[in-house]
Design a protein around this ligand. Structure first.
Ligand code: PEP
Ligand code: MG
Length: 954
């Protein structure tokens, strides 16, 4: 939102030409501390791409996406040139609204300005303004948009008269948060006004929070004492913002499109209300441009629209529905369309079909910008995988024969398998008897509700019960049922009608680009499938009551987080890698896991006994009695060791000859810090702060972050906390920080590269960490650093914040995850306080194997001698400068690797909390000379397999 102060406005500027004017604008932003001097180049480059002239004497210079890194904080500077300057595109400019934006905030500013431009004479007012206040008043009027969308429709009400419908519409506005109860009360006393064609209107002005238009329609048209009733509109009027709504209503009636309006599905009603006539040709297209429909692509679109033989209108499917002229730049910009949203073009008359498809094609082509497809939803990708997987049946693993895959989380367990397979559902799309179909659907809904209620009762507390309750709520949603009934009324079968309703609701959720809401979309589809299963008479898979080993194709981190840890004894997946974040989560939950076991495991039968050895990566189906006995014995022995280690968990880890190694915990959730301390952690060696960000529907603000980090500091009671700054990208996308799809995301914009592009995010995070720490020890490190330049760029921001916050006990370090950084460790060690080696990424980048690669990740072994040499280089360089080195990657908890790492001189190992006692116990088994010998032995080997073999033999 554009808020201006007097300092932001400069009146009476003069310039010889447009370049000189732009120089002044750049200098004004630099002076305000918004940008660094290099931003000027970005402004010029942007202007060279296409003019930023908006209309009415206003231009809006802003930098290119590449120049955003020179932006320190988002803001604008307004320069008034009363005499006007000749802009390079031939227009005359009186006002430069120069924008420094770190992300897509400039879209909102643009949107606001386009509303400003709609007012008559605004150009002259701004050019002739004699005070900053006048300019601010003219620019700062916030656009008030009136609501008329799916949330304000109330269709198929079983009403018998107009007043009942009026009340239903008013109540819908109250539920949508547009009005309060006094508005509803004011509607009660009104007699609806006739609009013709069976439509009626009630309206009110009291208790209106946001202008809006609702429509309530009856189950069936009826006649009451005054006339025919097919729908009642309810208008919440405020200022003049509702006028546009009235005009839309008027247009609808004038076109005669009000007839049978009430019998249309919601989507078409909204289309008619948006100004799209029943005869219009339409085309829909999703916008793929990374930065939405900003000025440059919008201009291209307008040019294509102007070249058409007929007038084309465009609306945003997800917006408040108003269709605007596609030939008007300000109107198109005013849509504020973002990547992923859907544009609907409409036109009438001869050539309409060609016109709308030309526009849709232009949007698909990127409107002059390179575009990348949207990422598939999980459903789509599952469907795609299902299509490419060969239909040939794959044989299940042979009884009692070990199948070796990728060890992902240690632990040994025996339990029956539960193979998660979603059954295929076949059904007819159409049915004749809609009453019967509605009845079938209602029965299935009741059945599903019963199933869920039983499940909720059986599940004791926790996240799983919570999810099941959400599912029950969803089943009871009248909107879903009504939408399905409506589709059935149009001839769909109960199955098709229900799935259409579920799919539409899930898509709407997904379009909101909010992680929590997107997860709700997955829940909606889960609920949908349950009902569909009942309709098709197919039983949906239900996890057994008894403990089991879950066998699945692949699991995402959120699937792992949802596992019922009381029952899941082990995890076997056909795909996935050891250092994928779902594997890391399994380790944190203490569930034995083997991943990348191949499709054969999916051919196992539910109930067959399985042994899962998460340490060696072995899975054995239907073990022989002898093997079973041996495994049980090993489980017992491991339990004895575990108990012994647990008893000494709070003691330091020293080798037999007294060399101390600090053992800390890796955390993703600050609430788990107390648990880590309880398990013997001497501090937190890696706080993956991105999980703090992922747990919020939008970027957590300063106060939220201070409170979350503060929770960990409190629990640590003076022990050190090593926090890694936000590390998203790669396999950890952040829903509210959409990134263009990259061919190689692990080699793309992630880690520090990404946060340096949004310095305000990094700055807030650093401020939060330092503030939360206060006098307690905090260690901060940057992820994915490739050389000293990136470290210095991050350090500059850190220094600025620390100069203000003055936290008492701080160190700033680097994660060694990129080979270049290990090779250049001597230069980094001079400036960084410490290193923490992220062996997961270091291995991925050294061996050039994607850490989650379904086939190759078994070879991605961090005990590879090349990785060990990089660790050796890092430790030597650090110690030469008196710095300490930790290992926070998964290698730190590998029993074979612990002696090698200690022998190489690593000072700290940070592992998942559960592993802390065992890692301490492993250190206590060693002597330093022996560990050094083993390290040297490992370094001499040619391959990872040879290292493992050599270490096993000695
Ligand atoms: C690593 O790469 O080893 C690491 C600790 O970071 P992450 O696994 O979160 O990428
Ligand atoms: Mg990493």
């Amino acid at each position: 939102m554009l808020t201006l102060t007097r300092e932001d406005v400069r009146l009476g500027c003069r310039a010889a030409d447009w370049r000189a004017a732009l120089e002044q604008a750049a200098a004004a932003l630099v002076e305000a501390g918004r940008v660094s001097a290099e931003y000027r180049e970005g402004l010029l480059a942007r202007e060279a791409q296409s003019s930023t002239y908006l209309g009415h004497g206003i231009a809006i210079p802003h930098g290119t996406p590449e120049s955003r890194r020179h932006v320190r904080s988002t803001g604008v500077r307004v320069l008034q040139f009363p005499e006007g300057i000749a802009w390079h595109d031939g227009s005359r400019v009186n006002l430069l609204v120069t924008i420094a934006a770190q992300s897509d905030e400039h879209l909102d500013i643009l949107r606001q300005l386009t509303h400003v431009l709609e007012r008559d004479g605004v150009g002259e007012t701004l050019a002739g303004a004699t005070s900053a206040d006048e300019v601010i008043a003219a620019l700062s009027r916030a656009p008030v948009s009136a609501r008329c969308d799916a949330g304000t429709l109330c269709l198929g009400v079983p009403a018998r008269d107009r007043l009942e419908l009026a009340l239903a519409a008013a109540a819908r506005l109250r539920q949508a948060g547009c009005v309060d109860s006094s508005f509803v009360a004011s509607v009660v006393g009104q007699l609806p006004l006739p609009l013709g064609l069976g439509l009626w209107l009630v309206y009110g002005t009291s208790g209106v929070q946001a202008p809006a238009l609702a429509l309530a329609t009856p189950e069936q048209r009826f006649r009451d004492d005054v006339g025919e009733v097919s729908g009642v509109f309810c208008l919440a009027a405020q200022g003049d913002a509702h006028r546009a709504l009235l005009m839309r209503l008027d247009g609808l009636l004038a076109r005669g499109d009000g007839d049978r309006l009430a019998e249309l599905p919601a989507e078409q009603i909204l289309a008619r209300l948006s100004g799209e006539s029943a005869q219009a040709e339409t085309a829909r297209v999703r916008l793929l441009n990374a930065h939405g429909l900003h000025a440059r692509p919008a201009k291209e679109l307008v040019q294509v629209a102007r070249a058409q033989a007929v007038q084309v209108r465009v609306r945003l499917l997800e917006g408040n529905g108003e269709a605007v002229s596609a030939a008007s730049l300000t109107k198109v910009l005013g849509l504020g369309a973002r990547r992923g949203q859907t544009l609907v073009f409409s036109a009438e008359g001869e050539g309409a079909a060609q016109a709308v498809s030309a526009l849709a094609e232009a949007v698909r082509g990127g409107l002059g910008e390179p575009v990348t497809p949207l990422q598939e939803t999980r459903e789509e990708s599952a469907a795609r995988v299902a299509r490419v997987v060969p239909a040939e049946p794959v044989a299940a693993p042979v009884a009692d024969e070990p199948l070796t895959a990728v060890p992902a989380a240690p632990g040994l367990s025996i339990a029956p398998a539960y193979v998660l397979r979603l059954p295929e559902l076949h059904y007819a799309e159409r049915a004749d008897d809609s009453a019967k179909e509605r009845e079938r659907l209602q029965r299935a809904l009741d059945g599903a509700r019963q199933q869920l209620e039983t499940l909720v009762q059986r599940t004791v507390g926790g996240e799983v019960a919570q999810i099941l309750s959400i599912h029950t709520e969803m089943l009871g949603d009248p909107e879903l049922r009504d939408a399905a009934f409506e589709a059935i009324g149009e001839g769909a079968s109960a199955e098709a009608g229900w799935w259409r309703a579920i799919d539409a609701a899930a898509r709407t959720q997904e379009a909101l680009a909010d992680r929590l809401l997107a997860e709700r979309a997955a829940d909606l589809r889960d609920v949908g499938r349950r009902v569909l299963g009942l309709l098709c008479g197919v039983e949906m898979p239900m996890p057994p009551e008894q403990p089991y080993i879950l066998v699945a194709d692949d699991l995402g981190p959120s699937d792992v987080a949802r596992l019922d840890t009381a029952k899941v004894r082990g995890l076997v997946t056909a795909r996935g890698g050891a250092t994928s974040h779902s594997a890391i989560l399994a380790r944190a939950l203490g569930i034995a896991a083997v991943v990348g076991a191949g499709e054969r495991v999916l051919a196992l039968t539910t109930g067959v006994e399985l042994i899962v050895d998460g340490e060696s990566g072995r899975v054995v189906a239907a073990p022989s009695p002898a093997r079973r006995q041996r495994t049980e014995k090993r489980i017992d022995e491991q339990e004895v060791l575990r108990r012994a280690a647990h008893a000494r968990r709070h003691e330091e880890a020293r080798t037999r000859d007294g060399h101390r190694v600090e053992i800390c915990a890796n955390l993703g959730n600050t609430a788990h810090a107390a648990d880590a301390v309880e398990r013997g952690a001497e501090g937190v060696g890696l706080l993956r702060t991105e999980f703090v960000f992922m747990a919020h529907p939008e970027a957590p603000d300063l106060a939220t972050q201070i409170s979350e980090y503060g929770e960990a500091f409190d629990a640590l009671a003076g022990r050190p906390l090593v926090a890694r700054t936000l590390d998203v990208g790669g396999d950890k996308p952040l829903a509210y920080w959409p990134m263009p799809q990259e061919d190689n995301p692990f080699l793309g914009v992630r880690g520090i590269r990404l946060t340096l592009m949004r310095p305000e995010v990094l700055e807030t995070q650093l401020r939060a960490l330092l503030t939360a720490a206060g006098t307690r020890p905090v260690r901060i490190m940057f992820p994915m650093v490739k050389d000293i330049e990136e470290f210095r760029a991050g350090k500059a921001i850190f220094d600025r914040v620390q100069a203000e916050v003055k936290a008492a006990d701080v160190q700033l370090g680097v994660m060694i995850e990129v080979p270049s950084c290990a090779l250049l460790a001597p230069t980094l060690a001079k400036e960084a306080d410490f290193f923490s080696i992220g062996t997961n990424d270091l291995t991925q980048y050294t061996l050039a194997i994607d850490r989650g690669h379904p086939q190759l990740s078994a070879q991605s072994d961090a005990l590879h001698p090349s990785v060990l040499r990089l660790i050796q280089l890092t430790v030597d360089a650090a110690h030469a400068e008196g710095r300490w080195v930790g290992v926070c990657g998964e290698l730190g908890s590998d029993p074979h690797a612990i002696p090698v790492l200690v022998g190489l001189g690593v000072d700290e190992l940070s592992v998942s909390s559960r592993r802390v006692p065992l890692v301490k116990a492993a250190v206590r088994e060693l002597t330093l000379p022996r560990a050094r010998e083993l390290a040297e032995l490992a370094l001499r080997q040619p391959t990872a397999a040879a290292v493992r073999e050599a270490l096993e033999v000695v």
